[in-house]
Ligand binder design. Structure first.
Ligand SMILES: CCCCCCCCCCCCCCCCC(=O)SCCNC(=O)CCNC(=O)[C@H](O)C(C)(C)COP(=O)(O)OP(=O)(O)OC[C@H]1O[C@@H](n2cnc3c(N)ncnc32)[C@H](O)[C@@H]1OP(=O)(O)O
Ligand SMILES: Nc1ncnc2c1ncn2[C@@H]1O[C@H](COP(=O)(O)OP(=O)(O)OP(=O)(O)O)[C@@H](O)[C@H]1O
Ligand SMILES: O=C(O)CCC(=O)C(=O)O
Ligand SMILES: [Fe+2]
Ligand SMILES: [Mg+2]
Length: 333
């Protein structure tokens, strides 16, 4: 056990459950290593996370759990994805995105190449992912017991078509969310196969979850950018970057302010991952007018108008009708 974790274990006896306040261990006058009272603000002690894991998330804003989803389940998700691609099933509300390089190309290599499915909450087979007990057990550490699945995705990152459009710019997922509090939101992202730097694994800037929500916009990329792929305008290019390489079934949980993205897929395979954004059912909606989120609000409302013919729909309602309860009570969202 690391020294920091040992210290945490010592002080965890002083943990005030309701506010998750950790008091520093009693210090004698001689000791020079006095540290002020600490708060673990990002997670709850449900008995699932070890002190090391709680500290890791606190410091870094993400937590990788190896081998959390079985091969059998992942193979079933893959089969369902392929059935959807072949249009053997029609899923209400599903958003199918093709890579912009393919969508705008005159020489369409594969008409059907799907790079992302979103909003699969009405597909019982894919939605099983969001309710897997071993996932929810971890999600609860961040959201608390009332859990809403707010956003679902299956990402099929295509081999780059040569314009680097398979990249996902560095961003904070909170940019898309008109609900709070921030710390009661978490993303689960499961690798459906080995993901590496080569095929465009997640890239994270550890610790950035402690900062504020940044202004996001389309990056100035020569080869084009996919619809709604906003990026953080000026993040510190010297901030340490981490490529999160994962095996099939490994799952990373991350905070919605963590700056992350993914690189080009330089292989010939389609790199697959499945993910869900969860929030506490006790979260509340906010009005993003006059904030940096106004640009995405406008794009989403425009899409809702086209897709659902919902005129003058409120941004928060586009979230309220897609969110699904997966544990506990829907008290607010
Ligand atoms: C109730 C409404 C709900 C809406 C919710 C929207 C999602 C909210 C995001 C939440 C994310 C939370 C977590 C963070 C995640 C970060 C992200 O992933 S951001 C989201 C990724 N982006 C999207 O999902 C975009 C949403 N999708 C679309 O808007 C459409 O699928 C579409 C990309 C516009 C394609 O629509 P479709 O009708 O299928 O396309 P076409 O008819 O073929 O083309 C129409 C038009 O659009 C151009 N186009 C096609 N694909 C793309 C693309 N990938 N990027 C840019 N442009 C594209 C195409 O060329 C056509 O253009 P033209 O000029 O009219 O010819
Ligand atoms: N219509 C589709 N649109 C997007 N992706 C698809 C579609 N159909 C299949 N896929 C996925 O895209 C990838 C490439 O499709 P393809 O059918 O060549 O793969 P495969 O034969 O299953 O895999 P491999 O060629 O690696 O053995 C596969 O991983 C598959 O899951
Ligand atoms: O799978 C990826 O490439 C990252 C996707 C992502 O960060 C997102 O969609 O919010
Ligand atoms: Fe993201
Ligand atoms: Mg093949």
């Amino acid at each position: 056990m690391s020294r920091a974790a040992e210290r945490l274990r010592t002080v965890i006896h002083h943990l005030d459950g309701a506010t998750a306040t950790i008091r520093a261990p009693p210090t004698s006058a001689q000791t020079l290593t006095y540290s002020p009272p600490q708060k673990l603000r990002y997670s709850f002690d449900t008995g699932t996370l070890t002190p090391e894991q709680r500290l890791f998330y606190e410091e870094n804003g993400f937590l990788l759990i190896k081998n959390l989803v079985s091969e059998t389940d992942i193979d079933r998700f893959r089969k369902e994805f392929e059935r959807i691609c072949r249009q053997e099933v029609k899923v209400p509300g599903l958003i199918v995105m093709r890579d912009v390089a393919i969508a705008k190309s005159e020489f369409v290599p594969d008409q059907r190449a799907v790079s992302k499915l979103q909003d699969f909450q009405e597909d019982p087979e894919l939605f099983r992912y969001c309710a897997l007990p071993q996932i929810l057990k971890y999600v609860e550490c961040f959201t608390g017991p009332n859990i809403m699945a707010m956003h679902t995705m299956l990402i099929n990152k295509p081999p780059d078509a040569g314009k680097k459009t398979s990249r996902h710019p560095m961003h904070q997922d909170l940019h898309y969310f008109p609900f709070r509090p921030t710390d009661r939101i978490v993303c689960a992202w499961t690798a459906m196969e080995r993901v590496t730097r080569q095929n465009g694994c997640l890239v994270v800037l550890p610790g950035t979850h402690k900062g504020a929500l940044q202004e996001h916009d389309y990056p100035d990329w020569e080869g084009g950018v996919n619809k709604m792929y906003h990026g953080v305008r000026d993040y510190d290019p010297d901030h340490p970057r981490l490529h999160v390489e994962m095996e099939k079934g490994d799952t990373v949980f991350f905070h919605p302010l963590l700056i992350h993205g993914s690189g080009m897929n330089q292989t010939q395979g389609f790199r697959k991952a499945i993910s869900c954004h969860y929030a506490s059912g006790d979260c509340y909606y906010i009005d993003v007018r006059g904030t940096t989120q106004e640009n995405i609000e406008n794009e989403v409302k425009e899409l809702a108008q086209k897709k659902y013919r919902m005129n003058e729909v409120a941004f928060k309602d586009t979230w309220a009708f897609r969110g699904r309860l997966v544990q506990g009570e829907r008290t607010s969202l």
